[in-house]
Design a protein around this ligand. Structure first.
Ligand code: GCV
Length: 848
């Protein structure tokens, strides 16, 4: 809490306050739970007048729960946006009306609809037409789910202020599979979840109250998502035991009105672990019989069950290799059990050995998926699909498209993307991922000659596959904002929209989402869209430029900077930085040969240094630090510059957001501001950590003299300490100067102070401290005897050590200092947390 950010300067100035002026009464409080489905009242008069044409009646032809949901949603949306309650009719009324119904029912009365034969399953048609002097707005489709999607499309048009007077809008989904995966454990924890506990499970059971699951299914349906796998791919076999099935049936029931099919992840050794067999060999007749009986049993309880997701022979999960069988053997034994019920198995392509010998320069994790699965092309049954992560490593901030997409011709494939920001800031950093996904989806794999982008391959269009599409790991949690950061929800929305129409642009999606989520104020829309679009390039700049991977701790937390952690171990996320250069040599000529997995035109592009794009340079090549990039900069200078530019841009996000004060409701304004302030501080941790690490590795100085020189910084270890003790931080680059101070006094109360000797004026003081998850230390900042600010280290960052994950900045704005002032920090340590302090930086106050 900032208790005083205006101080009297004793140099004759009157009281100054650096707070921004509030522009107008802020909009109503918005917790974020409704996400983009807020249906805010339309207050633009011209738009409202245009919507006066909307009939007052809705007639629904069809009885299913999906049709009911469609009708209720329409009423809810119209009520919210226009303040009107539609009258409900169950037959075709002889008056102006909105008609919801399947095409075969409606075309008896409206034969002209026949001409719209191009509709596919889940597609919809919005059409205005006249009959007997009455005006009808028809929402129709081949199936009920299509009608539901049509209703959401109509409401979206209205929320965006688009015309609805003369409609003839037909849309079909880009691909049949549009699915979310969750890595929720039955105990309610979520692997790589950053927004609170599971909405599906608690205490080894499905939760009692499924209202959040219902609201989530509604969000899914609103963007055309039709399937959801609810448990971790590191699956607990219990999930398909007979005793658990009634619990799954409850979830399926809640999903059903929203057209979402339930999937679960299974453990490949289930026939042994829960089936009582002495084997799980996929070619053993008893195992095949077990899976068949299990599938029959599940469909007996959940007739519209979707099927299974399977992670096998990966990161310690058991798989077919236990019996010398192939991945096709494993997928097919389950596919055959699901087949009579129209079920599908998604077999994960994320198969690799995490005990590779790092000394062998020919070893390469990136090559694993292709090497393991490409030789089996054509051997998978038609109701099996390979679920392939978008890049060959693991959701790094920049990866090329997986070569496997371009290699499979006779196998179904779906792309796996990641909404939960495992390697991209864990929803503490803003990172709008749609542009990253678009780069991969639009990348031409040349699989059937030029013009075969990944999106067409995974949709099954290129090689006419029956199953194909888009999967993303969502990991929403019980947070009121679903993903823990209001602005991260653009990724959930964006995934759904792209899965529906992969040709939409990143900007279109960001604009749609912003206007539905934050309203139509042009300044708000422009600012938020701008922030979203800038965020991935900025995150890349300060966490992993030139394709080296996210230079984070890869062993465990995947969050803050820890560039050394990828090396000298078997996990294979190597960047191979040494004292001369950096990057993985994946060329065919001298490296691992990975590049040879691409079709020749793509391989040629990456193989040659001259043509390899700079942003993937270190993914494909090992080069000297002095190698000159296409920009004319050396690699090392680019690394330094990029981190400084990225951190500065992240600081700029705060300023850009602050300009929205009074234009966004107070709750969301403050919550987003806090996240962006945090991000700006942590971007600087990244900058300093990575730049200093490369400086030490390469011994090449920053041409601009910044790295290692922080003139405005007072290191904590150089302060006068009471109760505090100097500690070496591990790894050294996680703290400024490699050291910090920790409060180890018996009474847990400590102080650190220094004398300010600079010029008099207004300053912003940045206090860099370590906020661990094992305590809630408190800090007070004094100038002289005056208490300026106090705060608690209570952010629950993902570590119990003073390291780069915990390193946090608290900015105290607008502090008056004059030479001779004593700046003193008093701390009370708590629990396992020792109120660690790294430094204080004193910078001229930013104007508000
Ligand atoms: C669910 C990465 C993640 C794991 C995840 C795995 C996977 O390795 O760090 O948490 O496991 O990918 O996708 O299976």
């Amino acid at each position: 809490m900032e208790i005083l950010n205006c101080r009297m300067l004793e140099v004759g100035l009157a009281l100054l306050c650096l707070n921004a002026l509030v522009l107008a009464a802020p909009p109503k409080r918005e917790p974020g739970y409704d996400a983009w489905l807020r249906y805010d009242a339309i207050d633009d008069q011209a738009t409202r007048r245009a919507y006066d044409q909307l009939p007052a009646v809705v007639a629904t032809l069809g009885e299913s729960n999906v049709m009911k949901a469609a009708e209720e949603e329409l009423r809810r949306g119209v009520r919210g946006m226009l303040g009107r309650s539609l009258r409900v009719e169950s037959r075709l009324p002889a008056e102006d009306a909105i008609l919801l119904g399947p095409l075969d029912a409606l075309r008896k009365t409206f034969p002209a609809l026949d001409r719209n034969a191009a509709l596919k399953a889940d597609g919809f048609l919005l059409k205005t037409t006249k009959r007997d002097g009455h005006a009808y707005l028809i929402v129709t489709a081949l199936n009920d789910r299509g009608v539901l999607y049509g209703v959401f499309a109509l409401l979206r048009r209205m929320a965006l202020g688009e015309p609805i007077a003369a409609l003839d809008q037909q849309e079909n989904p880009y691909a049949p599979v549009r699915m979310l995966d969750h890595w929720d454990n039955l105990d309610g924890t979520i692997e790589r979840g950053y927004a609170g506990p599971s909405i599906f499970f608690a205490n080894d059971n499905v939760v009692d109250n499924l209202s959040r699951v219902r609201d989530y299914a509604r969000l899914m349906a609103s963007v055309g998502l039709n399937a959801c796998s609810i448990n971790n791919v590191n699956a607990n076999p219990r999930v398909i035991t007979s005793a658990f099935l009634p619990q799954l049936a409850r979830v399926a029931e809640v999903f059903r009105p929203w057209g979402v099919r339930l999937f679960v992840s299974v453990d490949f050794s289930s026939p042994q672990k829960i089936g009582g067999l002495d084997t799980f060999d996929p070619l053993d007749r008893r195992v095949a019989e077990w899976w068949k009986k299990k599938a029959d049993e599940i469909y007996g309880v959940i007739p519209d069950f979707g099927g299974f997701v399977l992670k096998a022979d990966s990161e310690g999960r058991l798989g077919p290799s236990a019996y010398g069988r192939t991945h096709a053997d494993a997928a097919n034994v389950i596919a055959r059990a699901l087949k009579p019920h129209n079920g599908v198995i998604f077999y994960r392509g994320f198969v690799y050995d995490h005990h590779m010998d790092w000394r062998n320069l020919k070893n390469d994790r990136a090559a694993a998926a292709y090497n393991n699965l490409h030789p089996l092309d054509g051997q998978f049954d038609d109701n099996a699909a390979l679920q392939i992560k978008h890049g060959p490593i693991d959701f790094q901030v920049r990866e090329p498209a997986s070569p496997l997409f371009g290699g499979l011709e006779k196998t179904n494939q779906v792309i796996e993307l990641q909404i939960t920001q495992e390697y991209t800031g864990q929803q503490r950093h803003l990172c709008y991922l749609v542009p990253m996904w678009k780069e991969v989806l639009d990348f031409d794999m040349h699989a059937a000659g030029a013009g075969t982008p990944v999106k067409q391959l995974v949709a099954g269009r290129t090689f006419k596959r029956p199953i194909g599409g888009f999967v993303a790991v969502a990991n929403v949690g019980a947070s009121p904002t679903w993903l823990g950061h209001h602005l991260a929800m653009a990724n959930l929305y964006g995934f759904g929209r792209l899965a529906w129409d992969a040709d939409l642009t990143s900007r279109q999606i960001a604009e749609e989402w912003t206007r539905q989520t934050f309203g139509q104020d042009p300044q708000v829309v422009q600012t938020i869209v701008g922030l979203e679009l800038d965020s991935w390039p900025v995150y890349e700049k300060y966490t992993g430029p030139l394709g080296a991977g996210t230079l984070t701790d890869i062993i465990n937390i995947h969050y803050g900077p820890a560039p050394e952690s990828s090396e000298y171990n078997g996990w294979g996320q190597w960047h191979r930085a040494d004292d001369k250069g950096v990057g993985m040599d994946r060329t065919v000529a001298t490296g691992t040969g990975y590049i040879g997995q691409y079709r020749p035109p793509v391989a040629k592009l990456y193989e040659q240094l001259a043509t390899c794009p700079d942003e993937l340079l270190l993914f494909m090549h090992h080069v000297a630090y002095t190698h000159v990039l296409k920009s004319g900069k050396t690699v090392i200078q680019h690394i330094y510059d990029s981190h400084y530019e990225g951190a500065e841009a992240a600081a700029g996000f705060v300023k850009r957001w602050r300009a929205l004060k009074g234009r966004v409701d107070e709750a969301r304004y403050e919550e987003v501001l806090a996240r962006l302030e945090y991000q700006a501080g942590h971007a600087r941790v990244w900058r300093d950590s990575i730049c200093n690490w490369f400086l030490r590795k390469s011994s090449i100085a920053d041409a601009k003299g910044r790295v290692g020189h922080y003139p405005n910084r007072i290191e904590a270890e150089a302060m006068r300490l009471t109760g505090y003790q100097i500690t070496d931080i591990t790894p050294w680059e996680a703290a400024s100067g490699g050291k910090a101070i920790e409060c180890v006094s018996r009474d847990r109360q400590c102080a650190a102070s220094f004398r300010y000797d600079g010029r008099a004026g207004w300053f912003d003081l940045d206090v860099q401290y370590f906020d661990e998850s094992d305590g809630k230390s408190t800090f007070k900042l004094f100038v002289g005897e005056q208490l300026i600010d106090q705060w608690a280290a209570d952010d629950r960052l993902p570590t119990t050590k003073p390291d780069a994950h915990a390193s946090t900045r608290h900015r105290v704005r607008g502090v008056a200092l004059r030479p001779g002032d004593t700046v003193r920090l008093e701390a009370v340590a708590d629990g396992g947390e020792n109120a660690g302090l790294d430094y204080v930086e004193i910078n001229p106050a930013e104007m508000q």
